[in-house]
Design a binder for this molecule. Structure first.
Ligand code: ZN
Length: 435
């Protein structure tokens, strides 16, 4: 069903074509809900009962809400702001066949290439501008100025339907315009930003699918949109975070660069979360032992979308741990700990969902398939806390247009609100009190 929350989610995805925009959108919601921005470059003065947020590289953000009293643990959710795409190289314009200007791009992450062909695409990202002796960052979105990656006709590629291997350099470059488009990319960007070309001193620009999200199927049971992995979890956990208040330090994390391994300054493998938690403690005048005591009792939900059983390929899913759309939140398991979930974290999360009336289902990869990786175990290398890996079941992960279940969005928001509303406290190693 297209509820108010689904409309809200689809609207947020539309205005978040890149990780920079996603973080900007999240910060806007935080501001609207009374959160105060902090800078990593300045001293922090914190007041109990208030909410704060801090960004890194403008593409990751961490928000937290201080309880009135002294907290004993951190309750954290983490999701990611980026999605697979094509990044424009420097010197992107490329004249081809005497009549075309193409854009030279490279792959960002592991996308399903076929889904990017023959549809209008737009360009968005961050542009650095020289302004009165300073370098400032501006968000850019080409909007309805489109580009397109044309397929090769079946007559010129008879193998197109027989498992074709796409070459990122020769098959995937978008058409920008005809020969008159030469030397106009920077001019277009400058004109849209209201600056001169010579003032542009750097860009991080990506292609994106501008198609609007839609609700479909019987009773509106499905939704399709670009970037559901992982903006569905990013905004779903945000909605829950904004509503919940526990006696612990509630923390919301949105990390960039999950699709390329998370090992950047702003990725889940960075010190960002550890730095923020430590600085909160310092600002409150709490000691180091106290920090480690809190850390030992903390709990994290790593929220990144999961695979629903596919209608054409049910054999690709595990025989017993397969999930379906609108069946509830997916708890992911992996014996080799690619997912962090274990009996303890499953039990804690399961109890929160049970009291909130939210169904959960369980996912494991087929034993003969590697599957993907996610945030939980990577973030755990810097901030080692009990973690559960969850997600919402979806189809066509890493397509430029993905599909998920509408009821699951409501389940996620309800469960995350319950998580942030519940005070989770450890009672020794392996024992928890919830409530
Ligand atoms: Zn993901």
């Amino acid at each position: 069903m297209k509820t108010e929350q689904i409309t809200w989610l689809l609207d947020k995805i539309t205005v978040s074509p890149t990780s920079f925009h996603a973080v900007h959108t999240v910060c806007g919601e935080l501001e609207a809900n009374g959160f105060t921005q902090l800078s990593e470059n300045e001293k922090w003065n914190l007041e109990p009962g208030k909410g704060y947020y801090v960004t890194r590289n403008q593409s990751s953000v961490i928000a937290f809400r201080l309880p009135e009293g002294e907290y004993r643990a951190f309750q954290i959710t983490a999701s990611h702001s980026d999605s697979p795409s094509f990044k424009l190289k420097e010197m992107a314009e490329l004249v081809t066949a005497g009549h075309y200007v193409q854009l030279n791009t490279e792959r960002y992450g592991g996308m399903l290439c076929a889904s990017w062909f023959d549809r209008p695409l737009s360009i968005a990202g961050r542009v650095m501008v020289r302004e009165n002796g300073r370098i400032v960052s501006r968000l850019y979105d080409s909007g309805d100025r489109h580009v397109l990656i044309p397929n090769l006709a079946i007559h010129m590629n008879r193998q197109a339907n027989d498992g074709y291997t796409y070459n990122a350099q020769t098959d995937m470059l978008p058409l920008f315009g005809d020969e008159n488009a030469k030397d106009s990319l920077l001019a277009e960007i400058a004109s849209k930003l209201g600056v001169s070309e010579s003032e542009i001193v750097g860009t991080d620009l990506f292609l994106y699918n501008p198609q609007q999200g839609m609700v479909w199927g019987n009773d509106g049971c499905y939704l399709s949109a670009p970037r559901l992995d992982d903006l569905e979890c990013a905004f779903g956990t945000l909605a829950g975070f904004l509503r919940g208040k526990s006696d612990n330090l509630n923390v919301y994390c949105l990390f960039d660069n999950e699709e390329v391994g998370s090992t950047t300054r702003q990725g889940a493998a960075s010190t960002f979360l550890a730095d923020v938690l430590r600085r909160v403690h310092l600002a409150l005048g709490r000691g180091e032992e106290d920090f480690y005591t809190c850390l030992a009792g903390s709990f994290m939900i790593s929220a990144d979308n999961a695979h629903a059983v596919h209608p054409n390929h049910p054999e690709k899913s595990d025989q017993t741990n397969r999930t379906h759309m609108n069946g509830g939140i997916v708890v992911k398991f992996s014996a080799n700990q690619k997912y962090t979930t274990d009996a303890a974290s499953r039990a804690v999360f399961g109890e929160i969902c049970r009291s909130a009336g939210v169904p959960v289902q369980y996912f494991a990869n087929r034993s003969d398939m590697a599957g993907g990786s996610t945030l939980g175990n990577i973030s755990g290398t810097q901030v080692s806390v009990a973690t559960v890996d969850i997600g919402l079941p979806q189809l066509a992960m890493h397509s430029s247009y993905e599909t998920a279940g509408t009821a699951d969005v409501e389940y996620l928001i309800t469960a995350i609100e319950a998580f942030y509303q519940t005070t989770i406290l450890p009672e020794g190693d392996g024992f928890w009190r919830i409530g």
